[in-house]
Design a protein around this ligand. Sequence first.
Ligand SMILES: Cc1cc2nc3c(=O)[nH]c(=O)nc-3n(C[C@H](O)[C@H](O)[C@H](O)COP(=O)(O)O)c2cc1C
Length: 180
Amino acid sequence: MRVMAISGSLRKLSYNSAVIEAMSLLAPEGIDFVVYKGIGDLPLFNPDLEDRHIAAVEDLKGELAKADGLVVASPEYAHGISGVLKNALDWLVSGEEFVYMPVALINTSPRASHAQAALREVITTMSGNIIEEASVSVPLLGSGLDADGIAGHVEIAQALVNSLQAFSAAIALNQELNNQ
Ligand SMILES: Cc1cc2nc3c(=O)[nH]c(=O)nc-3n(C[C@H](O)[C@H](O)[C@H](O)COP(=O)(O)O)c2cc1C
């Protein structure tokens, strides 16, 4: 099972990127957890460019097409989703790669409820399938933890492992139902 993960932050010491790196360290056997790092290379979305061959866009779509599920962690900026993440999602709106994609939302700042609500709305509108039992909030803001620190933090690591297990179970169930 292949799970792709995107952080909506380009910041070097990003908690959202760190949580995703930690999930790749914690991923149980059977989950090929791929951290996607290319969203900062995407041009600003312009529907006029959708027919062009843009390497960064083709790379994003190609990676998503190979994935069985998508993990998204986004910071909240001024009560919204980060622009880089929204830009990446806009490039995916008219394609087929995202439709019915199981999505796990990881929130690294429980106080940041506006961005999570906005992200839910966008992903649902794009026909993504948010897996509630895999979507978790972990209090990383101000913790100073990096990926290794998160993976080594008993409670937070357990919450992330639980999320991954619930996510893989939901993906497997979806695949089974689709094959019937
Ligand atoms: C320009 C800017 C705006 C922000 N706006 C909010 C906000 O509206 N609500 C909030 O809870 N945090 C806000 N924050 C805090 C960030 O969400 C927080 O620092 C988060 O950890 C950033 O994600 P990262 O660590 O993955 O880079 C803001 C930070 C910046 C830089």
